[in-house]
Design a protein around this ligand. Sequence first.
Ligand SMILES: [Cu+2]
Length: 558
Amino acid sequence: MLTRRDLLKAGAWTSAAAALPFGCTSPDSDPRKARLGVAAARDAISPSPPTTPFVMDLPIPPAPLPVAPFASPDAAPFIGPGTKFYELVEEERLVQVHPQLPPTLVWGYRDINVPRSSVPSANFAVGPTFRVKMATGAGQGVVVRQHNQLPANHQGFGVPFTTVHLHGAHTESRSDGYPTLDFGPGESFDYAYPMRAPGFSTGTPSNDIPSTLWYHDHLIDFTRQNVYRGLVGFYLVFDDLDTGDETTGLQLPSGPFDVPLVVQDRVFAADGSLVYDVFNHNGFLGDKLLVNGAIQPRFHVARRKYRFRFLDGSNARFYQIFLAAADGQTFRFDQIATEGGLLSAPIRALESFRLAPALRVEIVIDFSQFQPGDVVYLENRLEQVDGRRPGDLLPRGPQLLKFIVGEAVPDPSHVPDVLRPFAPIAPAVLAAAIRREFQFNRQQGAWAINGLLAGDLSFPITQSPLDTPEIWHLVNGGGGWAHPVHIHLDYMRVLTRNGHLPPIDERDGVAKRDTVILGPGEEVEVFLRFRDFAGRYVFHCHNLEHEDMAMMARFDTL
Ligand SMILES: [Cu+2]
């Protein structure tokens, strides 16, 4: 749509010029600029000011309210009597991420029904939490009109052009947040989310039903900066099985006991502003851990079961999350879902789980095992000192969130032994599948896929016929990098990892994934079957610094 990409391609990605926000104030190496929220050279990044943990309550952004139906030529093919309409505003606003820090200027999504507020403590850093039902037919989905009201002449990193990707959704290409299909300040864009089970167009709907999706900016070359500035929100999906009601369907913990948690790391200047290093292409790491946009918050829970939907919304940080007391003693929980929705059956009595950028893990914690007044923490024991990859598991780690246990309340919820069962892909289907191999390597300091310099979206690296079984062999060429690889449009079934049966939480027949971790030297085979929508899509590394260093390719469905 715009020609920024062409301009940027002229320069090396590692040059300062290519990293500059286009058409806005240039960051430079003056460390004083960091205080203005302008990322400075890497040497100038100093640690965030100290903050007392667990003095701020966990923010939980409420759902947006539907608006009256509006005419939308772009979304018209998906609009029917059952369509729900929403309008969101992308804006710059001040938020309170911690009471001991001055307010932080972020870019965020706001429900248009909520008046713009200049009171930082009244604003959410994270966008509204959609709670949406799957459609049972055409014309029952969702249309979201996004209004870009970001400042055209902003200070600091980021670019005020946006394109919104509903991560994990099964949508037409136009509504997928294609990286170059952006809209700028003063413009809007209508996104159509049909909310139909993949396979609907051939009369063979699958049970690839999502549960925790998220929406975020996906602008070509600038996703890392725009997401770091705050353009992130949850989109939770329910259906007749996963009803969001504790008396029907699976009766999972619901309502106020169903809590999304986005985990992010950030650096702050003494004036509260976000600090980011545009010169860091390995993966930017923050020294403050935030949950739902608050630094190390606290959450009062009743003595009963809760469903927590974790999302790693960090640019580059991996986590290994434990539920632990102050002395380090751990407590177990059940895992019920991944990016691909509910597991076929719960994974019981798990001690910890791993998060990588874009991954979702849903767990149920039963706080009835504790006494009123007990406190317990979410603790990250995964070391990571470099954006390239996580390090070792440590005996202890920083705490992200403090649970303060209150009184018992009635709890009709439970975690049944069967969630959303599905069969693994049949051997005959696998035998007939089209096989493709994608090797991720570095070449002249930039990312390459199969030896082609990656990131050129002017042509598809592969073309996939719709409704046709494929097996993609994803290979990490090495060099000690870890890549969470995300494929748009349809879920992956993980068939093998390094030639072996994959771990239970990604194994076909148990889980579906939209993002797989490719650790250093690792390789996975995943089954894909693209359905319903012909068009251009992308797959890419979700380490956002890698993605913006062009670790992305276009694939077309035909
Ligand atoms: Cu990567």
